[in-house]
Design a protein around this ligand. Structure first.
Ligand code: WT7
Length: 649
């Protein structure tokens, strides 16, 4: 990790104050109110969070709000609650019983609407199914599904009986699924025959079959019928969702769960090749999801809210499922691609359901810019009142387009910085009070105390880049990495003592605005998806033709970052376009489409230091077509650089 070469090229001076009508109705209406909340949460976190904890249902009251045994937090010690109860049951004795929870639209155009009552019933039934299959508290359940209502139903059913879910994004390949099944030692896999994407079937069950060959702990597999093509069902192992649900009991009370009982694992990339199972627990996560939903999106009962993420990522967990349901919101959920059947699918959805709040990613926005304004202009988007962005920094050009073309110049944009590990949004404008600067995630939420520090762990001066750290525990924080406390400590709590190291660079400007400046480690951000360079390299090296591989990111107009892989070949193999294509397919099969390099460059050697470390910094420069800046004195063989530059094949 190095802070060398961090330069700030953004000079953004525009400021957009919140519209007065927005502020008037918002929960947090002024910067004074925000500052007061923030200070209170910093000075007295237990008093602050203890008050909000009343909004959850407690089967048994907790004894202490926070016990901090660095780096392990216990929030709401010895209390008992249940996340599925807080998402569903709490609404049933209120007028929200018949309020719409999900408006779901499949890619082919099929629509389903589930009220809180209906969702509750489905969740109870599926929880009964899980119990009947012998799933118990603490068991791990892998979920590999398309974006259909049964996905949140499966998650909530796990939460209801205390099973720990591990959702694996449907775009991951069999290998990646097997790796996650095995690390979590999952007993059960829930999948579907397939899902729809750009009019084609994503063959989930086929992938699941291949994964299960290598997942010895999986005993049963529940299969939802979605796409209807012929699939392989293994007798005694594979069971149809609809058959299990036919006679399932709708009576399945939520199990009282300890505040710190694990709710889910979500695998994410770190700087090694092995994805880590980020562990989130019950009460603190639930409360954090609910409060950040209410503060950042200022969600109201009459709102229709749409988060376009896939539930396979943390954004979907917290802001399609647990946050909005806890807040009693009406949520739009869409299965498929944004360009199917036309480039205006999203705008059509917004117009038809009168979506008020849209939460999406910069990579999507840049794609829409490329597709052209005419697709947007065909639709009436006047229902929108608030826009959100997540996954990577939003460049000011994309921000302005989002603001003007989508928001009609009247909707605040909340640029939300957070991570799989943080459980919920950490740094973000509050739409009713924060004056926006395009490209800045602005200020920390109440309960979040960040600093930007140098390698000595001390805060850097205003305007200077450094490591972003969080100095106090917050309720949504990860509680560890599944099965690897040491890695948890090493990864987040060792480079800067007593502070959570987020892994991003940032700087704070003279007005206190935080600007996120990208990762400090070998983690790539491709279209808002996190990948480690080593994962891509391992996939490449597992092909017999590859001797050595180094993957780096290079700037990409749409994806933010694209993967460029430098490959040396094994004896007897020659560079060719056919081999290049074969290697791309191989990576697709090992990890998934999201990890396929845009460029594969064959070379006879990689630039290394004398101790044998690949000098990625140089490769990054070459991949980006930049002159190499900085120190090359540790390079072992200078001619390698010259040959790479010359584009040797
Ligand atoms: C990394 C976390 C949390 C949901 C999606 C990604 C980058 C995320 C922003 C933002 C600049 C951002 C960071 C972070 N990131 N949001 N608003 N501005 N960078 O979750 O896969 O855990 O990735 O995404 O680099 O560390 P994730």
């Amino acid at each position: 990790m190095s802070q060398a070469g961090i330069v700030n090229v953004m000079k953004e001076t525009r400021v957009f104050p919140p519209p007065p009508e927005f502020s008037a109705k918002a929960r947090i209406k002024s910067m004074e109110q925000y500052r007061e909340m923030w200070q209170r949460a910093k000075d007295d976190p237990e008093g602050f969070w203890g008050e909000y904890a009343k909004e959850l249902h407690w089967f048994k009251p907790y004894e202490k709000v926070l016990e901090w045994n660095e780096p392990f937090a216990t929030w709401f010690k010895n209390g008992q609650t249940n996340v599925s109860y807080n998402c569903l049951d709490v609404h049933l004795n209120t007028w929200r019983r018949n309020k719409v929870a999900y408006i779901w639209e499949g890619e082919p155009g099929d629509v389903r609407v589930l009220t809180y009552e209906m969702l509750h019933r489905e969740v109870c039934k599926f929880a009964s199914v899980l119990k009947s299959l012998g799933i118990q508290k603490g068991d791990r359940v892998s979920i590999y599904m398309p974006m259909v209502p049964e996905l949140p139903i499966a998650m909530l059913a796990c939460a209801r009986i205390g099973a720990i879910h591990s959702v694996v994004f449907g775009g991951f390949a069999a290998e990646a699924l097997a790796e996650r099944n095995n690390d979590a030692q999952a007993k059960l896999l829930i999948t579907a025959d397939g899902g729809w994407r750009r009019g084609k079937i994503v063959p989930l069950k086929e992938n699941a079959d291949r994964a299960m060959e290598k997942s010895p702990t999986i005993q049963k597999c529940i299969v939802l019928k979605r796409t209807g093509q012929e699939i392989n069902m293994v007798d005694g192992r594979d069971l149809w969702w609809h058959e299990l649900m036919k006679d399932a009991s709708a009576n399945c009370p939520a199990e009282p769960m300890d505040s710190e009982a694990p709710l889910f694992l979500l695998y994410t990339s770190g700087s090694t090749g092995k994805p880590k199972g980020v562990k989130h627990t019950t009460a603190g996560y639930n409360l954090y999801a609910k409060k950040t939903m209410e503060w950042v999106f200022d969600i109201r009962d009459e709102d229709v809210y749409w988060c376009t993420a896939d539930i396979g990522w943390i954004t979907g967990h917290t802001y399609i499922v647990y946050g909005p349901l806890s807040a009693g919101a009406t949520i739009v959920m869409y299965e498929g691609a944004p360009d199917w059947p036309g480039y205006d699918r999203w705008w059509d959805i917004i117009e038809r359901y009168k979506v008020n709040i849209l939460y999406t990613a910069p990579t999507a926005i840049r794609t829409f810019i490329k597709w052209g304004d005419e697709h947007v202009e065909k639709h009436d988007l006047s229902s929108l009142r608030l826009l959100g962005s997540v996954g990577e920094g939003i460049n000011p050009e994309a921000w302005m387009w989002y603001y003007e073309k989508i928001g009609g110049g009247r909707c605040p944009i909340v640029d939300t910085w957070w991570q799989t590990e943080t459980g919920g949004i950490m740094i973000s404008p509050l739409p009713g009070c924060t004056p926006l600067k395009p490209g800045s995630a602005t200020f920390p939420l109440p309960g979040v105390v960040p600093e930007v520090v140098g390698e000595d762990g001390k805060p850097v001066p205003v305007g200077v880049g450094g490591w972003l750290v969080i100095t106090q525990p917050w309720p949504g924080m990860l509680r560890g990495i599944w099965g690897d406390d040491e890695r948890y400590k090493r990864q987040y709590w060792s480079d800067v003592p007593h502070k959570y190291l987020a892994g991003d660079n940032a700087r704070i400007d003279e007005d206190g605005y935080i600007w996120i400046m990208g990762r400090i480690d070998d983690v790539l951000n491709v279209s808002g998806h996190r990948l480690s360079t080593i994962e891509v390299e391992s996939a490449l090296v597992s092909h017999p033709a590859v001797a050595e591989a180094a993957a780096v990111g290079r700037p990409h107009e749409i994806k933010g970052e694209a993967i460029c892989a430098f490959v040396t070949l094994a004896e007897g193999y020659e560079p060719s376009d056919a081999l290049r294509q074969e290697l791309k397919n191989h990576v697709r099969q090992q990890i998934g489409a999201l990890a396929v390099p845009d460029d594969i460059r064959f070379t006879t050697a990689l630039p290394k230091t004398r101790s044998g470390k690949i000098m990625r910094r140089l490769l990054r420069d070459i991949a980006a077509g930049r002159e190499t800046v900085g120190d090359t004195s540790t390079l072992e063989d200078y001619s390698v650089l010259a040959r790479l530059r010359a584009g040797e094949e």
